[in-house]
Design a protein around this ligand. Structure first.
Ligand code: DNO
Length: 352
């Protein structure tokens, strides 16, 4: 496994030099943030980013995300131009040495939470998702956007997009995803870039919008749409694990055995009975997911892709982008490394 860490570029309050000081840290996960969704990224800005990362002594090999324009998800005639731009971004990133591109296919909203600073018992703050609060939220009345999203829309834009989604049910979304994949995966193959779709978070429809990368059955279907190694997964334990119906350990084992996981987001969530959840420390006893079993499954299948500690709580007085502070994610990175090292020193993958 290769340990990586998400960094939001020069404007990130977390300094790249500090990330470098996390033991075993190898790679930065980042993106170009000042280009509108759907446009091409200039070679200059890609090279500038690559140089910043490499000067810090880290590798520039994972992009999260090249976001997918809404017209592609909606299957509008205008999608073709955006798909061509997407292909060009794959080519340009491949040329800069990028190995994995993460993206998602969630209509309108990326990961969604109802509160960003919920104080936990120990005084840390975390991102939470409360079912009752969510039911009361109406994105058409306010401008819902969360720090860390690649895109967000104004109230007027949202109303327009919601209107267009009336014509898109789950099957239509599947067809639009298939169309997109059949266009881009051959380009990814040619340039040897591994595409890695991120699951929907939470993994079920919200606000009446369809969501399809949600469970094992659907991920099986996704992988078959284009049966190529280059059509792979970002397996986010916290996203899939925020619904009672997903067995995350089983999914990690199955898809890593198939060689289709290229990128792991490791995060723990405390799942409540009514489906609400709180993001917790990575340490297994603090959440509902067994992180040791998840990493064991990767080790067993000789996973050699990228892992990043996903969202952390805010601890030790840190302020910054919720979910993306330095300290708790660094603790997560060390926890992951510690489990991996223990496995390497005590167990052979074939014994698992
Ligand atoms: C949440 C992230 C997601 C992810 C996108 C991928 O913190 O994991 O925003 O980057 O869904 O496109």
């Amino acid at each position: 496994m290769k340990l990586s860490f998400r960094w939001y570029g020069e404007d990130d309050p977390v300094k790249i030099g500090y990330i470098r000081q996390i033991p075993n840290m190898q790679s930065i996960v980042t993106a170009i943030y000042d280009v509108a969704v759907g446009e091409t990224w200039s070679r200059e800005s890609i090279d500038k980013l690559k140089n910043m990362v490499e000067e810090a002594g880290l590798a520039f090999d994972v992009i999260e995300s090249v976001p997918v324009h809404e017209d592609i998800k909606l299957g509008l005639p205008s999608r073709q131009a955006y798909i061509e731009n997407y292909k060009e971004n794959i080519r340009r990133l491949a040329k800069a040495g990028v190995k994995v591109i993460c993206y998602n296919f969630m209509p309108v909203f990326d990961w969604t939470r109802t509160e960003l600073n919920k104080e936990l018992e120990d005084g840390s703050t975390a991102l939470i998702y409360d079912m009752k609060q969510l039911e009361k939220m109406d994105p058409l009345k306010g401008e819902l956007s969360l720090p860390g999203w690649d895109s967000s829309y104004t109230k007027d834009e949202l109303a327009e997009i919601f209107e267009k989604y009336k014509a898109v049910d789950e099957e239509k979304l599947w067809a639009n995803l298939e169309y997109f994949l059949k266009e881009i995966i051959p380009v990814a193959e040619e340039h040897n870039v591994l595409m890695a779709i991120h699951p929907d978070d939470p993994p079920y429809p919200i606000f009446g919008l369809p969501r399809i990368i949600t469970n094992e059955k659907n991920i099986d279907r996704f992988l078959k749409l284009v049966d190529s190694k280059h059509n792979g997964l970002t397996l986010c334990t916290g996203s899939l694990g925020s619904a009672h119906f997903n067995d995350v350990v089983r999914m990690v084992d199955k898809y890593s055995a198939m060689g289709r996981i290229h990128f792991m987001h490791i995060r723990n969530v405390k799942l409540l009975e009514d489906g609400s959840f709180e993001e917790s420390a990575h340490y297994s006893p603090h959440g509902s997911l067994d992180i040791v079993e998840i990493i064991k499954a990767l080790y067993k299948n000789k996973f050699d892709g990228y892992i990043r500690p996903d969202h952390g709580r805010m601890i030790w007085g840190e302020t910054g982008r919720p979910g993306y502070g330095l300290y708790d994610r660094a603790l997560g990175a060390m926890y992951i490394t510690g489990i991996w090292e223990t496995l390497e020193k005590t167990t052979s993958p074939s014994d698992l």
